[in-house]
Design a binder for this molecule. Structure first.
Ligand code: F6P
Ligand code: MN
Length: 349
């Protein structure tokens, strides 16, 4: 039997490209992979081990927590807290930065994560995932301020998808690669090397229930695609929406398309629906590394300087041709209404 490249081998080979590397990042990634395998095991057992349903708490953003949100958050902390590679962590489920306790060694990395993305899928046995982002810290005791780095500064971005197979998808700035968990040996094996998002597609993913509240550019785009053969692309489009960003984005990495959670009047006061630091930034990094585009409609997501840990922003990502079209609609709208537009689409033409 031919054994593919395990994640651990891929990481060591990457480490060898940097003679000055201490191995700390490689070990941190192994801890993250272990955390994801542990979460995957809990997810797979589902109702058998009483992990479904609501917890009795809300998170710091006023969202009802699921039992698995809390379990996944705890597992991520437990697997990463003691090894000495991290200076501090932050998560969707915790209001404040989580410092490494004084009695544990501290490392040079900051870890930000969404322990269980798409939690509304838990109780219906739908796909869910974990999203993570790693940045550097130059402080031994980092504060929230130290986390507020532009997405381009991420050392590594990734997610683990708990679908029919468990897959981890990562980028450390040298392309986007996917590894599938072989449950027989408990290792992630490289199955999708250097993923390339097709530039064209006939699929889009958006929550249509928000349609009446969208801004004009998004409405114009969707109306054009709905027109099918009578639309500007002259072909029939299809719509897919799982409601777990990790899954909706994974589909785009695998076969192209467009995913958006755009600004709408219902969420304008909050800045958007998805969180910049542990949802939009890592996903945008993976998408750009796979040849796609990630934008708010007006600016490149990875260039945004975060203003707070739980900041929300609009997200539009995917195949170059689709997102370039959406940028064109936004550019025209921005010119009409004197809005700031910095994501120049000519870059992609
Ligand atoms: O964490 C946010 C999230 O669960 C995403 O995975 C998903 O795309 C989105 O929320 C769905 O939100 P809604 O159902 O409110 O439109
Ligand atoms: Mn999420």
């Amino acid at each position: 039997m031919q054994l593919g490249t395990p994640l651990s081998q891929y990481l060591i080979e990457e480490q060898r490209l940097y003679p000055e590397a201490t191995g700390s990042f490689t070990l941190l990634m192994n801890d993250i992979a272990l955390a994801c395998k542990t979460i995957s095991a809990a997810v797979r057992k589902g109702a058998l081990v009483d992990v479904l349903g609501n917890a009795e708490t809300d998170n710091c953003q006023g969202e009802q927590q699921k039992k698995l949100d809390i379990i996944a958050n705890d597992l991520f902390i437990k697997n990463n807290i003691w090894r000495g590679h991290i200076a501090a962590m932050a998560s969707e489920e915790m209001e404040e930065v989580f410092p490494i306790p004084e009695d544990k060694p501290r490392g040079k990395y900051l870890l930000v994560f969404d322990p269980l993305d798409g939690s509304s899928n838990i109780d219906v046995d739908g796909p869910i995932g974990t999203i993570f982002s790693i940045m550097r810290s130059d402080k031994e005791h980092p504060t929230e301020e130290d986390f507020l780095q532009e997405g381009v500064k991420q050392v590594c971005a990734g997610y683990c998808l708990y679908g029919p197979a468990t897959m981890i998808v990562i980028s450390i700035g040298h392309g986007t690669h996917a590894f599938t968990l072989d449950p027989d040996i408990g290792e992630f094996i490289l199955t999708h090397k250097d993923i390339q998002i097709p530039a064209t597609s006939a699929e889009y993913s958006i929550n249509h229930a928000n349609r009446v509240k969208w801004e004009k550019p998004m409405l114009e785009y969707v109306q054009d695609r709905e027109a099918g053969v009578d639309g500007k692309k002259g072909k029939r489009y299809t719509m897919r929406w799982v409601g777990a960003m990790v899954m909706d984005v994974h589909r785009i990495l695998m076969r192209g398309g467009m995913f958006a959670y755009p600004i709408d009047e219902g969420i304008r006061a909050k800045g958007g629906r998805l969180r910049l630091m542990y949802e939009a930034n890592p996903i945008s990094f993976l998408v750009e590394q796979a040849g796609g585009i990630a934008t708010t409609g007006y600016e490149r997501i990875l260039d945004i300087k975060p203003s707070k840990l739980h900041q929300r922003i609009p997200v539009i990502i995917g195949s170059k041709e689709e997102v370039t079209d959406i940028l064109d609609y936004h550019k025209a709208f921005a010119a009409e209404h004197d809005l700031k537009f910095t994501h120049e689409c000519k870059l992609y033409k």
